[in-house]
Design a protein around this ligand. Structure first.
Ligand SMILES: N[C@@H](CCC(=O)N[C@@H](CS)C(=O)NCC(=O)O)C(=O)O
Length: 329
């Protein structure tokens, strides 16, 4: 755990003293966009046209933000066009590493780097800030396109459609305005809410996160009792953003982050919905429960000082559900 300051790696756990024990996630720094024709996206600079084989995605299987990008890569038929490297699940004093002594940790396929921070300083020798995954790398220009998952999934949703012929649209124009407030609530109280609860260093900060978190889960349960997906009958990015936290919840957030009023399996609709999404072709292959369980319990020494990795729970994501096929066959 640490960060870059003017290109130098420095170590230290999140500083919550200045914020009354509350964890504040900083915003991502590289914000360019791949577009079909290379024109600039809503932020950053242009010059990143969609091309097969040009881009590389650095991920961590444990990370819910990186997981979104893996799901979009699978659903949008990008697996043959965008290569990936997966970091080691343990994030310790060197941050994310490319050590390969763990099943599924691939090492750095592009440069043979040892640490993720070296990818950041390769893009910007003076880089400062947290070294996060996912990272979308441009092999041609030798730089980071983006390290913001919310934007990477929107690029994947449409930029490569002419390359792949895959026109599945998970961010449809007519639903965008309605998706935004749902994304906001789920991000603030649930996706990031679990971290705010888990990394809190005061009772007040913990309760300020965990109470709204369960209000959101109760609301989702009611909403999904009447709607197949968050936006009704159409599956959208909002569902996938929710899914990556749901799939980790009972194994990690419930115990390790003390989000323990209820589990996902205690909510009949949320649990069936989680299984329905898990069973969408291509998705199960993006879920690595071993990396998920290992990463959190082994990496967060302040929360789990003995680094004991729990053996359960047994979760059957393949159990039948009655919510229909999520995507047309
Ligand atoms: N806004 C980023 C956040 C990514 C993020 O925070 N990733 C975590 C892993 S789950 C990370 O790399 N943390 C390392 C750190 O904060 O030093 C995104 O959504 O892409």
């Amino acid at each position: 755990m640490g960060q870059l300051i003017d290109g130098q790696w420095t170590t230290g756990w999140y500083d919550t003293k200045a914020t009354g024990g509350a964890f504040k996630r900083t915003t991502a720094k590289f914000r360019n966009w791949i577009t079909a024709d290379g024109s600039a996206g809503p932020s950053g600079e242009g010059g990143f046209p969609a091309e097969s084989g040009r881009y590389h995605l650095y991920v961590c299987y444990a990370c819910p933000w990186a997981h979104r990008t893996l799901i979009f890569r699978a659903l949008k038929g990008l697996e043959d066009h965008i290569s990936i490297s997966a970091v080691h699940p343990d994030m310790l004093e060197n941050g994310w590493t490319f050590a390969t002594d763990y099943p599924g940790a691939t090492g750095d396929d592009l440069f043979g780097a040892d640490f993720m921070h070296q990818i950041y300083t390769r893009a910007d020798p003076q880089a400062s800030g947290r070294v996060t995954v996912p990272v979308l790398w441009d092999k041609q220009r030798g730089t980071i396109v983006s390290n913001e998952s919310a934007e990477i999934i929107r690029m994947f949703n449409s930029a490569f459609d002419q390359v792949t012929g895959n026109t599945l649209d998970l961010w449809p124009e007519d639903l965008r305005a309605a998706i935004e407030p749902i994304n906001d609530r789920i991000y603030n109280t649930f996706n990031n809410g679990v971290y705010k609860a888990g990394f809190a260093t005061s009772q007040e900060a913990y309760e300020a996160a965990v109470i709204p978190l369960f209000e959101t889960m109760d609301w989702l349960e009611a909403h999904l009792s009447e709607n197949r997906f968050l936006m009704g009958d159409r599956l959208t990015e909002a569902d996938w953003r929710l899914f990556t936290t749901l799939v980790r919840f009972d194994a990690v957030y419930h115990g390790h982050f003390k989000c323990n009023r209820r589990r996902v399996v205690d909510y009949p609709n949320l649990w069936a919905y989680t299984r329905a999404l898990y069973q969408v072709p291509g998705v199960a292959g993006t879920v690595n429960m071993d990396h998920i369980t290992r990463h959190y319990h082994y990496s967060h020494e302040t929360i789990n000082p003995h680094r004991i990795v729990p053996i359960g729970p047994d979760l059957d994501f393949m159990a039948p559900h009655d919510r229909g096929a999520a995507l047309p066959a």
